[in-house]
Design a protein around this ligand. Structure first.
Ligand code: ZN
Length: 198
């Protein structure tokens, strides 16, 4: 039973800065926090450092840079980006980008810690952007319901040994997806232990 298995207590958390719910490993380690992780995601922390140290180093040049790049760096733009990922179009773009970094035949496989298991398993991208768009559009109400419940929709392979194809994907809350992954890891370890005993 899934409920009996010990799962990591904080598999995902929401960044206070960007408001996005992310897997725990995307938050820096911080021993002073209850869950051992920063409240701000690594991406936000890196952005702050970049901007802060830029400002320290460049002084006036930075403020001119900001003025000249208000479109890119302005408050309005950041708010816009924050909202864009909460639209179906923004979601399609984000998922497409992620799938291309996670699959061996994707346009830019990226061997990050998160992607490594997918790449090592030889998971392939077996749908076009238009097909992804069609699946997401068909699942629009499921995705919007997850947002409405305060969650983050994430793409999941129905058969986790299969590839990313139009008939093997669904959208579930990130929290549930992490739980499923943790459950599968525990189940795999348990099976390994059992086969070692017999
Ligand atoms: Zn963040």
């Amino acid at each position: 039973m899934a409920a009996e298995l010990a799962l990591p207590p904080f598999a995902v958390k929401r960044c206070w800065k960007c408001g996005v719910e992310k897997p725990l490993e995307q938050f820096g380690k911080n021993a002073s926090k209850k869950d051992g992780r920063d409240g701000r995601c690594k991406e936000c922390a890196a952005r702050w450092h970049r901007e802060h140290f830029d400002r320290e180093k460049n002084g006036r040049r930075h403020s001119n840079y900001c003025k000249n790049n208000r479109e890119r760096h302005g408050r309005y733009n950041r708010a816009y980006q924050k909202r864009y990922h909460l639209t179906i179009d923004g979601f399609i773009a984000a998922v497409w980008h992620r799938l291309n970094s996670r699959t061996i035949n994707g346009s830019h496989p990226r061997w990050s810690r998160r992607n490594r298991p997918y790449l090592m398993a030889g998971i392939r991208l077996e749908l076009t952007r238009d097909e992804l768009k069609a699946v997401i559009t068909a699942n629009r109400s499921v995705i919007q319901a997850i947002w409405a419940a305060g969650g983050t929709p994430s793409i999941d392979r129905i058969d986790s040994t299969g590839h990313y194809s139009a008939d093997n994907i669904q959208f579930i809350p990130l929290r549930e997806n992490c739980r499923k992954a943790a459950y599968e890891t525990v189940a795999k370890e348990r099976a390994k232990k059992l086969s070692a005993q017999t």
